[in-house]
Structure formats: structure tokens, C-alpha cells
Write a protein that binds this ligand. Sequence first.
Ligand code: BG6
Length: 509
Amino acid sequence: MSQSARPASDAPPPFDLGARLSRTPAASGDLTHRKLMPALYNLALGQLLPPEMAIVGVARTAWTDDEFREEMRVAVNAHSRSGEVDPDVWKGFARRLRYVTAGFDDPAAYETLRDLLRGLDDELGTRGNKLFYLATAPDFFPVIAERLGAVGLSGESDGNFSRLVVEKPFGEDLESARELNRRLEGVFREQQVYRIDHYLGKETVQNLLVLRFGNAIFEPLWNRRYVDHVQITVAEELGVETRGGYYDQSGALRDIVQNHIFQVLSIIAMEPPARFESRDVRDEKVKVLRAIPPITADEVDLVTVRGQYGEGYIGGKPVPAYRTEDGVAPDSNTETYVAMRLYIENWRWAGTPFYLRTGKRLPRRATEVAIQFKSAPHLPFADTAVEAVVPNQLTLRIQPDEGASLKFAAKVPGPQVDLRTVSMDFQYGSSFLKPSAEAYERLLLDALLGDSTLFARWDEVERAWEIVEELLKAWAANPIGEPNYEAGGWGPDAGDELLARDGREWRRL
Ligand code: BG6
């Protein structure tokens, strides 16, 4: 197989797209260095790549094949979960690496690439199979697809495949996403397009499916009759680091909610698929999104909260306000925190609120789903010290400290009836004693194998944009005002009030 991956480039863009080019980490080659190449190397280390495969990097930086190999060796050493490269494995891996210096808009460059790939077919026996990975600024996605098509690289014939892996962001609102999809569709069929959402590659997110559908005890309770509400949290301690330019155009709603959180939500809420296959799983996920009514302009203030961090302290160290971060406008209106309440209008979930929250510069990194069950209907403990019991809660920890725990009431030992909440805990680390693969390893392998189950289908992406379309417009029309939470705090007070109005509170993490 031949692949196209894009390495780092500090060189100027091939044509002037101005500041928009800084809107993705991959524009600096960061993704290839930190994630893609370490993932490919770890697949090679695990002997999961076929011997007849080449990895072709394409970027504007003028590198020879050997310079590219050396750059990638340094990157893998720095970022691979398996530590320093094994010299023997690296030798075999480095032989697969090739490099083409090219501007993404340069038609001639695609002819060079096509000829190189043909040569590799003959040399390595890759049989014309190709996987193109667009780890570039999003502005380049359509032009690259079109240029690939123009030189005949998008076609599939004689059982050979040509696939396109598209990084996020897939559009910046409903209209731009539709336009991007229209242009990709002009060249690649939907079955050839793999839209990455790296949350779907996380072991713990896949485990949500196993927990729900591989056990008999949870599913009967997994509905409006027994679940009071669900909380999904993606909390980050980090700020925007070197990505201020990208993030300031994006914000937390586009960066995390519309994709990662909605994907997790659809897995948590979906009906059991008949089979764990791409079409069945994605059909069920999109039904969940379709059952969520788009947020209307009138209800924005009632069901959503946004925030932006000011200066504060994390781990005892002072951290700057969002507006003073590199690449961020000093009067920025971009939200770094979002909380919202959604309902899924179907028989399983009608009336059960789903509360979602995400934020940067919160006190700690924690991604989790908490299923809050209803209280026991009747407490038969009259004439005892027991006045109330804490309702059961199932917490699914996606990261870090991956695992799950179930809270329930237990009797405190002694002559009286007294209850206390205890928990049953499962931890990935101690149960399996082996580290999980990185999300990108799983997703790259699946894309090579042609399994699109863990990739977002166009109808899912489109519906996710539809849900937040009016919200994006309302927020754009209405400035955020002053920063409303301190770095190192749990977000604005309004985030707590959103739940307090419903008589509930966020889980303390
Ligand atoms: C990315 C966002 O998609 O996900 C980042 O662009 C965010 O802003 C990251 O930090 C979080 O991913 P993870 O795997 O660390 O939870």
C-alpha cells in the first residue's frame, strides 16, 4: 500500500490563505510528528503493517528522503508510547518512507506523486492501493482531493482501493461543511472517505459499546425509566498551548462539542446495532443525533452556557488569561468553556436530560460519562437513622485513570441500620496490565483495512452541525463580554446554575 502523510513544514504556504493556515496543528506538521508517524511506527513494531507498503510524506519543505527519515526518527523517539525506536525495526520502517516536496495547489506535484506511487507499485507490489491522509490545514482539503482526482489517483479499479482520510475540523459550520463535502464527493465516493474523530479510536470509548452491549445487566436499566440524567465531561487542564491561532477561530463548541462529545453521546444513547459493523453502528448513532432537536435562538440562554478563562492558578502556578495567549486576539470573544443541556426525543430517552460540558484550563484533565440513576422508589428503613440514600451512579472514565465505577449504598457494620455510599471499581491498568494503543494506531489500521465503523459518516457530521447551527449564530452575534472563570476553576457560575435550575449538580471530579 502507498500512503500520503504530511510532515512538518515551517516554510510559507504555497499560496496565500493568510492567517487561516494556522487553524490546524497539522499546518506545522505537528500531527504527523506527534501522532501519525509514532502510530505508524508502533503498528510496524506490532507487525501489523504489511511488508509491501510505503509511506510517502508530501509537504513544501525541501527534504530528501533521508532528511525526511531522520526528521521522523527524531519525532518518533520523542513521541512514541513505546519509547526510543528499536534500531532493527526502525531500519525496516525507514526503508518504507519516501518524500515528495510539493505545494498542495501545484498540479505538477500530483503528477510527480502519481508517478512515484506507480513506481512503488512495481517496486513493492502495492497493487495500486492508496490511502491519502489529509493532515493539512482544512483549507487545503478540497483542493488536494480535486488534484488527486485530476491525476487519476482517486479511482478504484480491479479491486484496488483509494481512500481519503480527512482530519478535523470538517467545516466550521453547517454551510461550510456541506460545501466541503460536496467538493470531496465530486471526487471520492462516501465509502472512500474516512472522517477522523480521534475520540472514536480511544479504547475506553469503544469499551462503552462493549459495556452496554456485551453485558446483560446494564441495558435493561439504560433508559428514561431508570436514568435520571447523564453527564458527559471533557475537562482539560491545558490551555491552547501553541494553537492559539487555530483555537481562536474555533472555540470549544467547534473544537470539542460538535465532534468528540456528540460522538460519545451518540454511543452512550444509541440503540443496540444488529451487528458491530460500519453501517449498522453508524445508522444507530445518526438516529440519536437526529432525535436531538437543534438548539433554537430562543433557548440559547436557557440551555447553553459559554465561558472564557481569565488568569488564575493551576497546580499552584500562575497561568495567563486566554486573551493574552499567543495567537489569540486581545479582545477575543471565543469560548473556552461550554456547558449545555440536550434532550433526545425518542422512546428510550424522552425527558432525560443529557448535560455536556467541556473547558480548557479547568483544574484537571478528566473525560468521563456519568449515568445518574433515579433514587430508589421507597426506603423501607423507618425508625432507623437512614433518611435518604444517594442514588446509584455509574461512571465511565475515558481518560485518564481509565475504568468504570458503580456507586451503591452499603450498610455500615454495627447494630444500627446506617447506610453509606461505596463503590465497585474497574481499572484498565490493573485489570489488563498492558497499555492501550493510541487512538491513531487503531484508526490508521482500520482505515488501511477498510473498516469505517470508527469514522464519522457524512450524515452524522451534518446533523451535528445542524444541532449547533443557531447556537453558533447567536454566539457570534452576541459578544462574550469579560472572561467569566478563573483558570484553574471549574468554569463560570452559570455552568453550575444550568444544573441547579433542574435541581441537579455537576459531579465533582
Ligand atoms: C483535539 C482538540 O481534537 O482534542 C484539542 O483540537 C483537544 O483542543 C484535544 O485538546 C483533546 O484530545 P485528548 O485525546 O487529549 O482528549
